[in-house]
Design a protein around this ligand. Structure first.
Ligand code: DGI
Ligand code: FE
Ligand code: FE
Length: 388
């Protein structure tokens, strides 16, 4: 019986790992292929905001799940202290006496093999399966292979494979910069964004795709417009354009839901409603949208609040709250009397623009015979007073 094991911190597992596992599976055709996330990794300390070991296990199930014969093992996570491959090999041999254990590793690991804990013991019982690139260090690998074989009686299989396109360290860095959606399998990426692991920011092109199913056809242009208008306002007023973009993309995420669905969402997210809100369901999407966006995409409090107040406004708003309120009102596809003036004003004086926007909104609601919600009124009074 041949058992292949592929261990690593998998923090997070990325498509390069999955590719490597696929290559190893093809070359080794093992009866069992175990992916084994390490406990405290022997070679590196974890950074803040890292997923728990259990979460990394779940990541591995998602990332390696479609490779035939793969099983994700928690054996190193269950073992106290640092994970040593030698201990894992012993535990497997106890469970499967006489099995041939193939340890899958990259070239760096292979070349430093003689510094591994109990490496000689491993050579007596295991085969080393080395993912080796077909370029200049091939010679070095071949000669080290020969050396281990003659001096230590090692069994070494070289698996031709391109080097991993990136390391998990690089991926974590990319995630922090709002990149990386293509470097990970969908399930892993979504989970990272939802939970804010590694301080990841959502990749904007990915987020735009993700909101599509929530939007009615006729709202897509509006949402695109709010995003670009919010980015321009953010640049004008010294706010973070990426943060403004995320808020813009998500601001109307529950707008398509009817009254019943809105009320269900309020119940689900524990949103307590006033009677006036129940009677004006148009007001609800700002509250349910913020809650849904937080649950699905793990948005920050800053973005949550910008979505939460984008319909009515409120007194003393943050810069981002004002930007989203005004971008919503003045994005390029908005076309009503006075929109030009409001758009220009929003680049000259944010607070005056708020006062004007709220005034126009109140006028419009009054003309249509709709009640003015007290948040709208409070916001208007605040900005009127602030700018008089
Ligand atoms: O979601 P959008 O259409 O992009 O824009 P929005 O979030 O500003 O929502 C506009 C709707 O909200 C519109 O139907 C009017 C309604 N609304 C905004 N403020 C008030 C209000 N409705 C009432 N009754 N009272 C308000 O103060
Ligand atoms: Fe809205
Ligand atoms: Fe909107």
């Amino acid at each position: 019986m041949r058992i292949a094991i592929y261990g690593g911190s998998f923090n997070p597992p990325h498509i390069g790992h999955a590719e490597a596992a696929r290559a190893a599976y093809k070359a080794l055709k093992p009866d069992k292929f175990l992916i084994i996330p390490t406990n405290t990794p022997p070679h590196k300390e974890l950074e803040a905001n890292s997923p728990s070991p259990e979460q990394r296990l779940e990541f591995c199930r998602l990332a390696f799940g479609d490779i035939p014969g793969v099983e994700v093992s928690d054996m190193e996570l269950r073992r106290e202290g640092k994970s040593y491959t030698a201990d894992t090999v012993d535990a497997l041999l106890e469970q499967y006496p006489g099995a041939e254990i193939c340890i899958v590793m990259g070239t760096d690991m292979f070349l430093s093999f003689r510094s591994w804990y109990r490496w000689q013991h491993m050579l007596e019982t295991c085969t080393l399966a080395v993912l080796s690139r077909e370029d200049f260090d091939r010679r070095e690998i071949e000669s080290f292979k020969a050396e281990l074989e003659t001096e230590n009686g090692a069994k070494v299989i070289l698996i031709p494979h391109l080097p991993l396109p990136m390391s998990s360290t690089e991926i974590r860095e990319r995630l922090r910069r709002g990149l990386g959606s293509d470097d990970l399998c969908q399930g892993v990426y979504e989970c990272i964004i939802r939970n804010g692991y590694y301080d990841a920011k959502p990749e904007l092109s990915w987020l735009r795709q993700m909101v599509m199913p929530y939007l009615k056809e006729n709202r897509i242009a509006h949402v695109t417009g709010v995003e670009s208008q919010a980015v321009m306002l953010a640049m004008r007023w010294g706010a973070d354009p990426d943060t403004a973009a995320v808020a813009g993309i998500l601001h109307d995420i529950t707008k398509a839901q009817n009254k019943e669905k809105q009320l269900k969402l309020c119940e689900k997210y524990g949103i307590i409603l006033e009677n006036a809100e129940r009677e004006n369901p148009a007001l609800l999407h700002a509250r349910t949208g913020a809650a849904l966006a937080r649950e699905r995409f793990g948005i920050s409090d800053e973005i949550y609040s910008a979505i939460r107040w984008h319909t009515t406004g409120k007194p003393d708003m943050s810069t981002l709250e004002k930007i989203i309120y005004l971008a919503d009102y003045t994005e390029p596809t908005r076309d009503f009397e006075g929109v030009e003036e409001l758009r220009e004003l929003s680049f000259e004086d944010l607070d005056k623009a708020m006062a004007l926007g709220l005034e126009m909104s109140i006028e419009d609601l009054t003309e249509r015979g709709k009640p003015i919600f007290h948040d709208t009124m409070d916001a208007y009074n605040w900005y009127k007073n602030l700018t008089k």
